[in-house]
Ligand binder design. Sequence first.
Ligand code: NAD
Length: 407
Amino acid sequence: MAVAGTSSLLMRTVHAAGSDIIKVGLVGCGGRGMGAAKDAMNADAGCRLTALAEVFYDRMESGKEQLKKSLGTQYEVSDDKCFSGWEALDQILQTDIDVVLLATPPGFRPAQMEAAINAGKHVFCEKPVATDPVGVRRVLAASALAASKGLCVVSGLCWRYDLGVKATIEQIQSGAIGEIVSIQENYLTGTLWIRTPQPDWTPMHNQVLNWLYYRWLSGDHYVEQFIHSLDKALWLHNDVPPVRCYGTGGRQVRTQPEYGDIYDHFSVVYEWADGTRCHATTRQMAGCFNETEDFVFGTKGTARVLANEIKGETNWKFEGKKPSMYLLEHVALMKAIRDGKPINNGEYMCKSTLMAIMGREAAYSGQVIKWEDALSSELKLGPDRPNWGPAPEVEVPMPGQYKFIDS
Ligand SMILES: NC(=O)c1ccc[n+]([C@@H]2O[C@H](COP(=O)([O-])OP(=O)(O)OC[C@H]3O[C@@H](n4cnc5c(N)ncnc54)[C@H](O)[C@@H]3O)[C@@H](O)[C@H]2O)c1
């Protein structure tokens, strides 16, 4: 899995002066889209939001109002650059934006990422990048194309940009806890939002709005949310992926139909070729013990990555300033564009998405899943060209019966 080398020679030169305007388009006027647009504007005084795309007209209209207020003079979106409906992505890419922020449900990301790179736009790409292996391969190919075109691909795997987490992982990688023996990833948390279905919503409207609960759209919470932790386990392994995994999971509390086809708990063990393991546990349930942390066990000590702390032969804690990691992603993106030195996060964002998908599939099927099989799998969830017709079938996977499609 590799993204080809970048060529800054091919980078657009229009921003070289440092005072030029960088035109930004937002796709998806939801919670994260609003935040990403604000972060992009705060990252660089020369940024302007100039176009919007959103599948629902009413959400686009309310997004416009919110953004007008929050972005002030950096909001320069004229009505002819606001697009709604399923073609909105293609339409926004035909405008003169330099950068596109992709903040829709992950199931749409592969097609959107591919189209954005084909159209020659720099991309900020929210996590995860796909919900199935076919989608991961599309994003990987689009990232390689971006590299050859000198375009930036910045991932919304925000912890990679957090100064405390970065410093802690650097300490570990430079030997502060000796050799890594194992990692424990905990993401034990409460429930997320659900949008109350309305009488005039069709099943497809409901699935798109309540995308968290449909695995073709979210990948299940294991992929959608837990990817933040799995990505740190991958990073701690210098982005070398595990060779195989197995695990368990189920749906014990959120069993009602409005929770679609996803599970509410998972526990997966990943094994690397060097013998190290990652024990990965996540739960989304109310009223339970909560803990989100990355515990790293080494031959000379232990680390808690989110606490930015190391104990053992070396005792260390990050005490530096921690500006918002969400802002820093966009600072890096805009600087790269201005400096003509493209950033491409494509490879790790694809690897951690696939690592999450293989863990989910191990729990669903009850089988051992190998990285190589996940990488070549023909598993594809969701329609090629979504529309307001019938919604995809909803069926909760049963371990021992559900079959992983390995090729
Ligand atoms: N990095 C982080 O910490 C973080 C935090 C929250 C969300 N996210 C990610 O951001 C993405 C969006 O999450 P959210 O919480 O903003 O969801 P959301 O539902 O609030 O927003 C998504 C928006 O996209 C719109 N949309 C859906 N399909 C579309 C399409 N095909 N074309 C155009 N618009 C479409 C929806 O109508 C909605 O307005 C997800 O991938 C999520 O995992 C990342």
